[in-house]
Design a protein around this ligand. Structure first.
Ligand code: SF4
Ligand code: FES
Length: 275
């Protein structure tokens, strides 16, 4: 991985939350009421834009669809030699306590009833495999550049449709439902980078074009209207393309759009090899 620049530390925030709150809700609450300097990225707030991918408890996923109830885990003390690299909001000099039952403890608390109890802790980090810009914001430009390089747009010969008077009406790109079904799911990719963050080969550096770019290629290769299949397969038939995929399939596990990324990768690799 690239060596991150600048100071790094872990910062603890304790706040009352409900199990059904999303992790994004928690961060917004922190930003509005505790620490306005905390930086994270989001846009739609409901799993459609892909801008808020981070690592939650080490697993790449979206902030806005992850709930406290699903991700809070029992608090365990972080071993710290000298307090460096760890900050508790409101008490910068205090070291983390192993007493997880303290009222001002180390966790999210459930305040739904009079008797609040600890829900546990949630650990957040920027999306792995990408340079960190600030706090939880990773720079995903390398992924977007790779997707752009593979021409993520339809290259097709349209059918000229004319009106009853013989005038040019519109170019139509005709397709049957079963042809649409071959790539429809792939077109739901929101370029969130979760698959890239989970991929151990991509996280190793720039040597692999990455699953998101290959999903983008696969989407057009499977589109019956696209006429650039050979060029697209040539573009990924490289040492940093399909040849670098090790079929670990970690990319499949958490795609928020339900794409079986590993299976799609396997199919596009087979397509390249069959030529
Ligand atoms: S394939 Fe899934 S995990 Fe990967 S970038 Fe697209 S939506 Fe995100
Ligand atoms: S904020 Fe848009 S996907 Fe989470």
């Amino acid at each position: 991985r690239r060596r991150p620049r600048g100071k790094q530390w872990v910062q603890e925030y304790t706040l009352p939350v409900r199990r059904e709150d999303t992790v994004l809700d928690c961060l917004l609450k922190i930003k509005r009421t505790v620490d306005p300097t905390l930086a994270f990225r989001y846009s739609c707030g409901h799993g459609m834009c892909g801008s808020d991918a981070v690592a939650i408890n080490g697993t790449p996923t979206l902030l806005c669809t992850a709930t406290v109830g699903d991700w809070a885990k029992p608090a365990t003390p972080i071993p710290l030699a000298d307090g460096e690299g760890f900050r508790r909001t409101g008490d910068a000099g205090d070291k983390r306590s192993a007493d997880t039952t303290a009222p001002e403890g180390n966790s999210c608390e459930d305040n739904a009833g009079a008797q609040s109890h600890e829900l546990g802790i949630i650990e957040l980090a920027p999306l792995p495999g990408f340079p960190v810009q600030r706090d939880l914001i990773a720079d995903i430009d390398p992924m977007l550049d790779q997707i752009r390089k593979l021409k993520p747009y339809l290259q097709a010969d349209g059918v000229l449709a004319t009106t009853s008077e013989g005038k040019v009406d519109v170019f139509e790109y005709l397709q049957r439902p079963e042809q649409l079904a071959k790539y429809e799911l792939l077109s739901n990719c929101i370029a969130c980078g979760v698959c890239e963050g989970a991929c151990p080969v991509y996280a190793g550096g720039d040597a692999f074009i990455g699953p998101a770019a290959l999903i983008s290629t696969s989407r057009f290769v499977n589109d019956s209207r696209d006429t650039a299949t050979d060029e697209r397969l040539d573009a990924i038939d490289t040492a940093d393309g399909v040849a670098a995929c090790q079929s670990v399939r970690a990319c499949s596990r958490h795609c928020p759009r339900g794409i079986d990324v590993g299976e799609e990768m396997w199919q596009i690799v087979a397509r390249v090899r069959e030529r």
